[in-house]
Design a protein around this ligand. Structure first.
Ligand SMILES: [Zn+2]
Length: 99
């Protein structure tokens, strides 16, 4: 495992701990349509392309997925958690979408 992958995974563990959710598995693979996905059982899949993105953006993707363990949709509550954990999440999301 290279340093980037180790960093990515340790970012996941740190945020899971902070948010208080249980991540059971982390998988890295090429994904066509999205940056990441998570199952309600805590199986997180991350796009390998995240390894080439700035840390602020990979962090945003990770927090977004982990908050889904609290709220499955993108409604008000979801946004409330995002703002609590990453106050500048919208800016990061815009940066990610502009890539
Ligand atoms: Zn989502």
């Amino acid at each position: 495992m290279n340093d980037n992958k180790a960093d990515l995974k340790s970012t996941v563990w740190q945020w899971a701990d902070r948010i208080g959710v249980k991540v059971r598995e982390i998988h890295l693979r090429q994904m066509q349509q999205k940056w990441a996905s998570i199952s309600m059982k805590g199986r997180l899949t991350l796009n390998t392309e995240l390894l080439d993105l700035p840390e602020a953006l990979t962090e945003f993707v990770i927090v977004h997925e982990l908050v889904h363990l609290l709220v499955p949709n993108h409604g008000k509550l979801f946004k409330g958690y995002m703002s609590a954990y990453l106050p500048d999440w919208q800016e990061r999301q815009d940066r990610l979408r502009s890539l």
